[in-house]
Design a protein around this ligand. Structure first.
Ligand SMILES: [Zn+2]
Length: 155
């Protein structure tokens, strides 16, 4: 289960940042824009978008863009993530992003999967705006993380 200690105001701020981040997606191959935003423990918001490449393997997802931006600036403690695309259903991070998020985020950290029509849904009276709330632990059960490398070896 996700820990829902985030204030409504912080969640709103984070979701709007993810929507904003999507505007800078560079996705000329997939035509699938993704925006992500991380909220740091100190209240900073770090945005990311998917950045594709003509050599497809060089593509990086929005979630990893955000994490790499944050960590490379010395921010390594996060309290929430929001992800948004241009489709009406909640799209969740790919497997590789889940693992990278797992490195830096608590298993109970909330992950907000935001539908493209979030603002319309809010205006229509849906208090949640269609957001699906999950967590790193739910997205990546029985995961392997940094602490596993500290376990004593038996041989
Ligand atoms: Zn990904």
């Amino acid at each position: 289960m996700a820990e829902t200690s985030l204030s409504q105001q912080d969640r709103e701020r984070l979701v709007l940042a993810a929507i904003d981040a999507k505007e800078f997606a560079y996705c000329k191959y997939s035509k699938f824009r993704v925006g992500a935003a991380l909220l740091s423990a100190k209240g900073e918001i770090i945005k990311g978008a998917n950045i594709e490449n003509a050599s497809y393997g060089g593509t990086i997802c929005a979630e990893r863009t955000a994490i790499v931006k944050a960590v490379s600036e010395g921010i390594k403690s996060f309290v929430a993530l929001a992800v948004v695309t241009d489709v009406a259903s909640a799209i969740s991070p790919c497997g590789m992003c889940r693992q990278v998020l797992r490195e830096f985020c608590a298993l109970k950290m909330p992950v907000y999967l935001v539908p493209a029509d979030y603002l319309k849904r809010l205006a229509d009276g849906d208090e949640e705006g269609g957001i699906k709330t999950t967590s790193i632990g739910e997205l990546l059960p029985d995961s392997f993380g940094p602490e596993d490398l500290e376990l004593p070896r038996t041989s």
